[in-house]
Design a protein. Structure first.
Ligand SMILES: Cc1cc2nc3c(=O)[nH]c(=O)nc-3n(C[C@H](O)[C@H](O)[C@H](O)COP(=O)(O)OP(=O)(O)OC[C@H]3O[C@@H](n4cnc5c(N)ncnc54)[C@H](O)[C@@H]3O)c2cc1C
Lengths: 84, 587
């Protein structure tokens, strides 16, 4: 309950984190549980945009095969990797 | 309860490759088609398929569909239906070219033709030299197919219900299937979608097992819906495991790691594959390696605090080889295990990968079940295609690259049959109200408040029980215990309560519905596996180590209502060529 009342949108995000790749499920789940609530509003917004990317692209970024050009996205990659 | 209703000509549950291929065919023929998907379509599990799709294009080595058919029949350990296999292998090239024209960016050979790579189990001349049959779009084949099909569907004006969860099938008094009760995940509200035909394309159920390569969404929802509608599931005992998944997590460590010289050790540091396969050792076939790992753990030689895995050593290969030839593995280990395989061994355990069994269909995608004297009576209005279906082209064991082919071929075949059905069934029929009420009850049951067990606890126990009792190591005793354990876990579900009763994007509620689905499929799998007293393909029994064609060359059918098993013959007669009679399967 607490999640829904004090952070509108967390529940929606939790479903957006359901992906077609197990790797992404595990990374996002850990990030939402451990790190998301302490993000700044700006970072929360970046995470929202991050989730709009395609699964294969996200996987390549998060496993370090390629790096996003966008700085904010690159920062998000690091935050997510640090949370697992 | 007055539930809102939407009506379409035809309904598709699932927006993976199977569902989208079917939807495209239907939308292009001007049918009013709706696709329901619990996640945004391009997040379907088909994106995970990196290897590629099989078609005998003969771009690299000589090849033809008949050789592909032979390999598939042999790979299935002679449990595949040869009419469906012939149909699939003959259709393969056409479907791949169609995708190419639709815009899938297949990798190219220098000649400009579609690039193909060799996979295990592919041969020329009926068991001869290696064939090269798998068409790939770099390592993004599934992704490219899914995105292309989605774009084409948008153009063809397919109607999508995104983030919409299908709960149960609805039908009329005669048993004709007429659509589904759904829940809009965003609002938590129910919606009935009525249609003249319903195609189930909800994918696999790897989440049955604790260690799996499958994403969290693969909970076999469509299979469980069929079971609850009184339709049996076919060949559920056949589940393909990959020997080396990251222990407790499931991600694949490719065979390439052992191909490059990596080897497995137990807690004593012993290179145990030498005992199981003295010649090929760590390069033995998947089932042999999986079983060996499982035996080591069972006999107390597992590693780690719970002694529940073995170690894959790559540290002797040197950092150059690991970095150059196995970069993906290194990335995965660093990210999830915080270890570098260059200097630390990787904890591994067999990981559940692919469900060969599913909803029984014929090669037109029509769902069939025994009725009276006929083993295969069509269930009117109901179709299934993709990993949730059992047509059966994979029989007891699927070949790499054949699953993407299966979803495309039978997604299209089902759509073609649906178009015929729609011509003869022009009007909507009224559904049976009792069956809507029953489905609604199952949905509303999760609003019960109070104390009770959590979904997570029961789901974790279920997955562990399946791993322990219905994994790669199967004996009568282990599985009989397993049946009792699964039944006890199922009995706990009525006492499970949700702490979060909110309506908006309530993931916990979706997970509760998924848990019920998993529990239904678990019992189907466990019971079918316990009953089959032979080893065939992916089903290997320590107490019945040989294949037994006299008694067991037949498909299992498990019915949930009365908890019974039935059997039907394998279709050994192809459409136009000679039967491939069963032979010992050696590679
Ligand atoms: C890691 C990995 C790699 C693989 N690589 C290959 C490969 O290289 N080649 C190959 O041929 N095969 C491969 N496979 C197998 C292949 O990817 C799958 O079998 C295939 O993609 C399944 O497609 P599908 O259309 O049946 O289902 P999916 O793609 O799984 O789609 C299922 C759809 O159903 C929807 N759905 C499910 N339940 C519900 C519900 N209750 N309500 C509403 N919607 C629902 C989902 O949202 C989704 O849209 C691989 C599998 C894995 C796990």
């Amino acid at each position: 309950m607490s999640g829904t009342t004090c952070q509108p949108g967390l529940e929606r995000l939790r479903w957006q984190c359901r992906r077609g790749l197990l790797e992404l499920d595990l990374l996002f789940e850990a990030f939402l549980d451990k790190r998301y609530s302490s993000l700044s509003d700006a970072d929360k917004e970046t995470f929202n945009q991050f989730l709009e990317q395609q699964d294969q692209t996200l996987q390549e970024w998060l496993l370090g095969k390629t790096a996003p050009e966008d700085e904010a996205m690159a920062r998000m990659v690091k935050l997510i990797r640090d949370a697992i | 309860m007055n539930i809102p209703v939407r009506r379409f000509d035809t309904l598709i549950l699932g927006a993976g490759g199977g569902g989208l291929r079917a939807a495209l065919q239907l939308a292009r023929a001007d049918a009013h088609v709706a696709v329901v998907s619990k996640v945004f379509p391009t997040r379907s599990h088909t994106v995970a398929a990196q290897g590629g799709v099989n078609a005998a294009l003969a771009n690299v080595t000589p090849d033809n569909w008949h050789w592909h058919m032979y390999d598939t029949v042999k790979g299935s350990d002679y449990l595949g239906d040869q009419d469906a296999i012939e149909y699939m292998c003959r259709a393969a090239a056409h479907l791949v070219y169609e995708l190419e024209h639709a815009g899938v960016p297949f990798s190219r050979l220098e000649s400009g033709r579609i690039y193909q790579r060799p996979f295990g189990g592919q041969s020329r001349e009926f068991g001869g030299a290696q064939a090269t049959r798998t068409c790939a779009a770099a390592d993004r084949t599934g992704h490219a197919i899914l995105h292309t099909l989605y774009q084409q569907n948008i153009r063809a004006r397919t109607h999508f219900f995104d983030e919409c969860f299908a709960i149960d099938l609805i039908h009329d008094d005669d048993g004709t299937v007429l659509g589904v009760l759904t829940m809009d995940i965003a609002t938590g509200e129910p919606l009935v979608i009525e249609a003249k035909t319903t195609l189930i394309a909800t994918g696999g159920c790897g989440q049955l097992y604790r260690t799996t390569t499958n994403a969290h969404i693969n909970t076999g929802d469509g299979m469980a819906m069929a079971l609850r509608a009184g339709i049996p599931l076919q060949d559920m005992e056949f589940f393909q495991f990959h020997p080396t998944g990251i222990a407790g997590k499931g991600m694949l460590i490719t065979e390439g790691a052992r191909g490059e010289g990596g080897y497995l050790v137990n807690k004593d540091g012993e290179r145990f594959m030498e005992r199981y396969a003295p010649n090929v050792k760590d390069l033995a076939s998947r089932d042999v390696v999986s079983r060996a790992i499982s035996i080591e753990v069972r006999e107390g030689r597992g590693c780690g605090p719970n002694a529940d895995h073995v170690m894959l050593k790559l540290d002797h290969l040197g950092s150059d080889i690991v970095a150059k030839r196995l970069p993906g593995i290194r990335d995965t280990c660093k990210t999830f295990m915080h270890l570098d395989p260059v200097d630390t061994p990787i904890p591994v355990f067999p990981t559940a990968h692919y469900a060969m069994g599913g909803i029984p269909t014929d090669r037109f995608g029509r769902v069939v079940m025994p009725s009276g004297d006929s083993p295969e009576e069509v269930v009117p209005g109901l179709y299934a295609a993709g990993e949730c279906a059992c047509v059966s082209v994979h029989g007891a064991n699927r070949l790499g690259g054949n699953s993407l082919l299966d979803i495309l071929v039978f997604g299209r075949a089902a759509a073609n049959d649906i178009l015929g059905f729609l011509k003869n069934n022009r009007y909507h029929r009224p559904p049976n109200q009792d069956c809507i009420d029953k489905a609604y009850e199952r949905f509303a049951r999760w609003e019960k408040r109070g104390d009770g067990e959590s979904v997570q606890a029961v789901r974790a126990d279920l997955k562990k029980a399946m791993e322990d009792h219905c994994g790669v190591f199967r004996t009568e005793k282990i599985m009989q215990e397993g049946i009792d354990v699964i039944k006890a876990i199922r009995a706990r579900i009525p006492d499970v309560r949700l702490q979060d009763q909110s309506k908006v994007f309530n993931t916990a509620r979706v997970e509760a519905l998924e848990l019920e689905n998993l529990a239904d499929i678990a019992i189907a799998t466990m019971r079918s596996a316990e009953a089959r007293q032979e080893s065939r393909g992916a089903h290997s029994r320590i107490d019945y180590p040989d294949r037994d064609d006299v008694h067991w060359m037949k498909h299992s059918l498990y019915t949930l209502e009365d908890d019974t098993l039935d059997y039907k013959p394998v279709r050994t007669k192809p459409l136009s060529v000679e039967t491939f009679p069963p032979k010992k399967r050696v590679y």
